[in-house]
Structure formats: structure tokens, C-alpha cells
Design a protein around this ligand. Structure first.
Ligand code: C2E
Ligand code: CA
Ligand code: CA
Length: 666
């Protein structure tokens, strides 16, 4: 039984400071009694029968005989022979007798334990709180030099009144505490049991007779698991189940159902005015009225003290229904000794919210969203209702639209690749080109990747786009080949694509469609963040791909947060210094030192180095002087349409300043 393990952490009767007598040994022993009491309480709450009653009673007797002897020994030393000590001894004897009686009782064990539970609670309150503390305080006063009579009087006046108040208060608190905690635990246990039971019933194939019996049983069990005993409404489990069923049905159209979270505005007041019992009765009455005001396909639940949840399969009805609930709640409740009206505040979430359907919806998330909306409503519009923030919904909607536009874009061929040369600043040699995606959106126009890729960073669509890019880049490579332009191409690979199952196999398939191309001419640029996570896994993916012949570069080097030792383990052949480090390099001394530092660091790796974002001649010079020979950037060429590359190649030559630059050996 999985919930049993909570015994250790769960205390129905926590140790109370008022139990302390000030005598450490005695307090220590009293704690044993409190722990026995807790075991009993737990037993009742959990309804489990693992507790061995006889054994427990024996344990109590053993404890009492040891503890009483010890305690009386302490009293004896100072108070020996006094009436007080004799009385105390007598009450200990009574305790013994009582426990002995219970031990010999022929009544059912549960009844015996219930009696014991009650008795121990009172013993704790009266004996320890009242008697033991009195003794301890008297001894303390006497040790401070007071004669017995005076000490007694002093303690009497100190404790009188206060003790009885304390005892009553404690008993009351404990009564409530234990009753409500035990009730709560019972509900929880009932649910667990019922769920286990349901599972059992479902998995067992019984013959027909047994099935009938089972279905009765199942009904009972379901009631316990999914209903709120106070009002007869569903409980949280109940409404959650309805939401799931509704989502699973799968025939819901966009925004067709509504989940409402409601909270009474004035329940505290009613509680204070009429008392708890009456207030609870009022909740029952309210529940009846509300059920009458709702259509049969609605589900109403009480999910907390004065919190309700309402599920309406038809969202267009939600405001009409809430108005009806408001009206009925505002009719006075005759509560005997007065009448009361109820008002409530509500938060509404309408679902399903997107075309992804129920995969993205979840009963718990919906309940949480409704609760959050309720919370906002209580601050802004008490006594009324609010819908889930439209801003959020809109943002979500526009993302959904973007997703479907991207799908269409792929289908209708709206994506293009531009190609940006990578060169040696010193010799002018062209190392290859980087493929950079663009979107010719029919309504918005030309879009750069920052305008649409971030939205799908974690979406499977990214994998589709990535594969399109690979295919397109290789197609271009072979087209250039056929015209005598031999270009290596770098392709950016997103984290989700690299880590998607079977990436290496997909890559092999795609490469397989270009048998004339040497895979070594394809370089995959990956972001450092793409490699984060399980290093072993990423390294093995990269290795699988490298076995196909392709190479890897680490993009945006210097912007990540990985340790160098981590980066060192990545089998990449080149590092691309992020343009952020290049752009401001001739502005301040500091930027210069940073770039020098980054280049210095990269030496540790012994990898090829390339800088991106070189916009000026000076930047190129500085890079060369720091030992970075290869670069990419506007100063060399902006990203080019495929048909522009040949012209650029014909006209390209490095700036003379670069050719003359002295390159430090690496
Ligand atoms: P990135 O990989 O760092 O690409 C370099 C970006 O810097 C490109 O922006 C390029 O146009 C821009 N750039 C080149 N030279 C200069 C320069 O001198 N100065 C400045 N300021 N910028 C320069 P772009 O094309 O907008 O791409 C942005 C990012 O989008 C890329 O950054 C890359 O991370 C991502 N991306 C682009 N195409 C693809 C793709 O096909 N797949 C994936 N997964 N990501 C891509
Ligand atoms: Ca309330
Ligand atoms: Ca890149």
C-alpha cells in the first residue's frame, strides 16, 4: 500500500509546547505517548487494519509502568508523602486499570481502539497538561526555596483559570484537528482504495453474475472516489474525470467547452454568523439549487471548502448559466435564526484552445488556468466573472497560425536559402558558403529566420524545415558542381533536429540521394546550446554523423555557458566566433581584450577558427593580428541569392590591407 509510507511524516497530533513540564526526562517519555496516539490516529484515518490492538495495549502498559515509576520517583524526592503526590499516584493507577480493562474487553477491536483513542486524548490534555505540569512547577518553586504550602498556592494561582482554558482550548483544537484531518485522510484513502479497486475490477474478467455484483460495488466505490460527501456533488477527482472524458471524446470543436472555477465571496461571514454546521448545511442547499439550475450535461463539483468547479460542454452557454447560478444563490437561505444570501466570483477557461486538439490540453492545466483566472477575478471584479486572459490566448492563437502558415509555406515552396561566403582574409581562398534560410511569406513578405524560427524552436516542424534545408543545400551544391563551381556548404542544424531520434539515419538517407557529392563537403553548424544535456548522447550522435563523412562546427562560440572541458569533448572541427565579439572590437579597449581572450581560449581546443560578422576592414585586420584567419561577414559579402554567387566569386578579392597583414602563427 503506497500511502502507508506517509506514516513517518504525518502527525495528526503534533507535539505541543504546552505539554512541556520543564523536566527533560519526563518530557521525553511523554513524547512516547504522543507518538502512540499518533499511530492510533493514523490507523483510524487510513482505515487500515494492520494495527495489532493487543500489541499496542501491551506496549502502552509497558510504557506506563516504566514511565509512572520514573515520574513518581521524581515527585517523591520533593513531594513525597504529600496529598498531591498520592493523588497523582492514584491517577496513574487509574490509567493502568483502564488500559487493563480495555485489554481484556471482548468488544470488537475497532471499538476498543476508538475508546482508547478518546481516552488517551483526554489523558494527554488533563493529566499531562494539568497534573504533571502542576507537579513540575511546584517542585521548581520549592527548589527555589519556597515551602510546600507557599509553592502550591503560588502554582495554583498561576495555573488556575489558565489551565482550564488551555485544556478546553487544546481539546477543542485537537477535536477539530483530528476530526478534520481524519476526515481528510479517510477521503484520500477511500480514493486510493477505490482507484485500486476500480483497476482490479476492470482487469478482472468475471462471469455475468459476478459482473452484476461488481457493477454495484463499482458504483459504491466510484461514489466514494469521485463524490463530495458534504454536498453530493462531484469532488476534484470527479470533475477531472469528466474533463478528461470530454477531451478524449475528440469531437470538440475549437472553444466549445468551458471550465469555471467559482469561489463564494461571503462564506467566512456565514460561517462566523451561523456556525460551521449551519454553514455546511447551507453549502448542501446551495448545491441542490445549483444542480436544479444546470442542464443535465453540466458537471458541478465542490473542490474545496467554498470552492466549486463547473464543466459545461457548451461554452456558448457559460454566461447564461452563471447568471442563473448567481440568481439562485442570491435568493435568501433560511438558516434558522436568520437568513443569508450568497454571492460568488468565477474564472472561466474556454477550451479546446487550439488546433493541436486534446494532446495539448490537460485537465489539471485547465483547472489551474481556471483557478488563476478566478484569482484575478477576485482582485478585479469580486462578485463577477472573468475569462482567461485574452492576451495570452491571442499570443497562443497567433503562434498556432504561424505554425500552420509554416506548414503551408513548406508545401508551397515559400522558403529560400541564401548563401554567405566564408573566406580566408589573408589569401582570399573561399572555404565555402553558409546556407541561411529566408521565407517569402505571401502576406507579410520577406522574413528573416529570427521572425519565425524562434517560434518553432521546440516544435517538430523545426525538424521538417531542417530536412528541407539539408535537401535544398545539397541540391544547390550539385547544381553549382554541374556549372563548375565547387562549393562546400555549411548548414545550420537546430537542437531539436540534432537530437531527434534517428537524425544520423535521416542524414544518411538524404546524402544517399546525392551519390555524386562527397559528404565531407557538408558542414553542420550546431549551437553550443544544442549540445547541452547529455554529453554522451550528443557526442555519439555527432560521431555517427561524422562516420558518414560530414564535419561539424560549433556556432556562436563564446556566447554559451559551458565549461571549456565540456566543449573540448565535442568532436567538432571548427569554432565560429560569434559576431557579438567582432562587432564592437574597434570601439573600446575592453571589447578588444574580450576578442583576444576568446581567440586565446579557442587555441586550447586546437580547432579551426572562423569569425562571423566581419563588417569592416579594420575588424578583419584585428582578427588577422590576433591569429584568426578565416571569416564571414558583410565586409566580404552579405548572404547571396544562389544565382548571385558566380558573379561574386568572379569579383572577389581580399582587401590589400588584409593580404599585407602579418598572421601570427596559430
Ligand atoms: P547564424 O548562424 O549566427 O548566422 C549568421 C547570421 O548573421 C545570419 O543572419 C547572417 O545574415 C548574419 N550576418 C552575416 N554577416 C553579418 C555581418 O557582417 N553583420 C551582421 N550584423 N550580421 C551578419 P540570419 O540569416 O538572419 O540568420 C540568423 C540566425 O538564424 C542564424 O544565425 C542561424 O542561427 C539561424 N538560421 C538561419 N538559417 C537557418 C537554417 O536553415 N536552419 C536553422 N536551424 N537555423 C538557421
Ligand atoms: Ca471564499
Ligand atoms: Ca550559423
Amino acid at each position: 500500500m503506497p500511502w502507508q509510507s506517509e506514516t513517518d511524516v504525518f502527525e495528526i497530533f503534533p507535539w505541543n509546547r504546552n505539554f512541556e513540564t520543564g523536566l527533560e526526562d519526563i518530557d521525553e517519555q511523554h513524547r512516547v505517548l504522543v507518538s502512540i496516539l499518533n499511530r492510533l490516529a493514523w490507523h483510524f484515518a487510513s482505515g487500515s487494519s494492520v494495527l495489532d490492538g493487543l500489541h499496542l495495549l501491551d506496549e502502552l502498559l509497558a510504557y506506563a509502568s516504566y514511565h509512572f515509576r520514573y515520574e513518581e520517583g521524581v515527585w517523591e524526592k520533593t513531594l513525597g508523602g504529600t496529598e498531591m503526590a498520592r493523588n497523582h499516584h492514584d491517577s496513574h493507577q487509574m490509567f493502568f486499570a483502564r488500559i487493563q480493562m480495555l485489554r481484556q474487553s471482548k468488544a470488537p477491536q475497532e471499538d476498543v481502539l476508538a475508546e482508547l483513542f478518546d481516552y488517551l486524548t483526554r489523558w494527554l490534555a488533563f493529566h499531562i497538561l494539568e497534573s504533571d505540569r502542576r507537579m513540575a512547577l511546584t517542585i521548581k518553586a520549592m527548589k527555589a526555596g519556597k515551602p510546600l504550602e507557599e509553592a502550591r498556592e503560588r502554582v495554583d494561582s498561576e495555573l488556575n483559570g489558565s489551565v482550564s482554558v488551555l485544556v478546553t482550548a487544546l481539546l477543542e483544537i485537537y477535536g477539530k484537528l483530528s476530526a478534520s484531518t481524519i476526515q481528510l485522510m479517510r477521503e484520500k484513502m477511500a480514493r486510493h482504495k477505490a482507484e485500486d479497486e476500480l483497476q482490479r475490477l476492470q482487469s478482472e474478467r468475471l462471469n455475468r453474475a459476478l459482473e452484476d455484483q461488481a457493477s454495484d460495488h463499482q458504483k459504491q466505490v466510484e461514489f466514494l472516489a469521485y463524490a463530495d460527501p458534504l454536498t453530493g456533488l462531484w469532488n476534484r477527482n470527479g470533475i477531472t474525470r469528466f474533463i478528461r472524458e470530454l477531451l478524449d471524446r475528440g469531437d470538440l470543436k475549437n472553444d466549445s467547452a468551458a471550465l469555471v472555477s467559482m469561489d463564494l465571496d461571503n462564506f467566512q461571514e456565514i460561517n462566523a454568523r451561523f456556525g460551521e454546521e449551519t454553514a455546511d448545511r447551507m453549502l448542501g442547499l446551495l448545491a441542490r439549487r445549483w444542480l436544479d439550475a444546470l442542464p443535465p450535461d453540466a458537471a458541478l463539483a465542490r473542490i474545496g471548502g467554498d470552492e466549486f468547479a463547473l464543466l459545461l460542454p457548451d461554452a456558448s452557454q457559460v454566461e447564461i448559466r452563471l447568471r442563473a447560478l448567481q440568481l439562485t444563490a442570491r435568493q435568501p437561505f433560511d438558516l434558522g435564526g436568520g437568513s443569508a444570501l450568497v454571492s460568488f466570483t468565477a474564472g472561466i477557461v474556454v477550451f479546446p484552445d487550439n488546433e493541436l486538439g486534446h494532446v495539448d490540453e490537460d485537465a489539471d492545466i485547465l483547472l489551474r488556468q481556471a483557478d488563476q483566472t478566478l484569482f484575478r477575478a477576485k482582485q478585479e471584479l469580486k462578485g463577477n466573472w472573468l475569462f482567461l486572459d485574452v492576451g495570452e490566448k491571442k499570443a497562443d492563437r497567433s503562434r498556432q497560425r504561424l505554425l500552420s502558415d509554416i506548414r503551408k509555406g513548406l508545401e508551397y515552396g515559400q522558403f529560400r536559402l541564401l548563401y554567405q561566403p566564408k573566406v580566408s582574409l589573408r589569401t582570399g581562398e573561399v572555404k565555402g558558403v553558409e546556407a541561411l534560410i529566408r521565407w517569402q511569406h505571401p502576406d507579410i513578405g520577406f522574413l528573416s529566420p529570427d521572425g519565425f524560427l524562434p517560434a518553432i524552436e521546440h516544435h517538430p516542424l523545426m525538424v521538417e524545415i531542417g530536412e528541407w534545408v539539408l535537401f535544398e543545400a545539397l541540391t544547390q551544391m550539385s547544381m553549382w558542381d554541374s556549372r563548375g563551381i565547387h562549393m562546400n556548404i555549411s548548414v545550420n542544424v537546430a537542437a531539436i533536429q540534432l537530437q531527434a531520434p534517428g537524425f544520423a539515419e535521416r542524414l544518411r538517407d538524404i546524402l544517399g540521394r546525392f551519390p555524386d557529392l562527397d559528404p565531407a563537403r557538408l558542414d553542420l553548424e550546431i549551437l553550443e546550446s544544442a549540445t547541452l544535456g547529455e554529453l554522451d548522447k550528443v557526442v555519439s550522435i555527432i560521431d555517427d554523423c561524422r562516420r558518414l563523412g560530414v564535419t561539424f562546427s560549433l556556432d556562436d562560440f563564446g556566447t554559451g555557458y559551458s565549461s571549456l572541458s565540456y566543449l573540448k569533448q565535442l568532436p567538432v572541427h571548427a569554432l565560429k566566433i560569434d559576431r557579438e565579439f567582432v562587432s564592437g572590437v574597434n570601439d573600446t579597449e575592453e571589447n578588444y581584450s574580450i576578442l583576444r581572450g576568446i581567440i586565446g581560449l579557442s587555441r586550447v581546443f586546437g580547432r579551426e577558427l572562423i569569425a562571423e560578422g566581419v563588417e569592416t576592414i579594420e575588424q578583419g585586420e584585428i582578427l588577422l593580428s590576433l591569429g584568426c584567419e578565416f571569416a564571414q561577414g558583410y565586409a566580404i559579402s552579405p548572404p547571396l541569392a544562389r544565382e548571385k554567387l558566380a558573379d561574386w566569386l568572379a569579383g572577389w578579392k581580399p582587401f590589400p590591407q588584409w593580404a599585407e597583414s602579418l598572421t601570427l602563427s596559430q
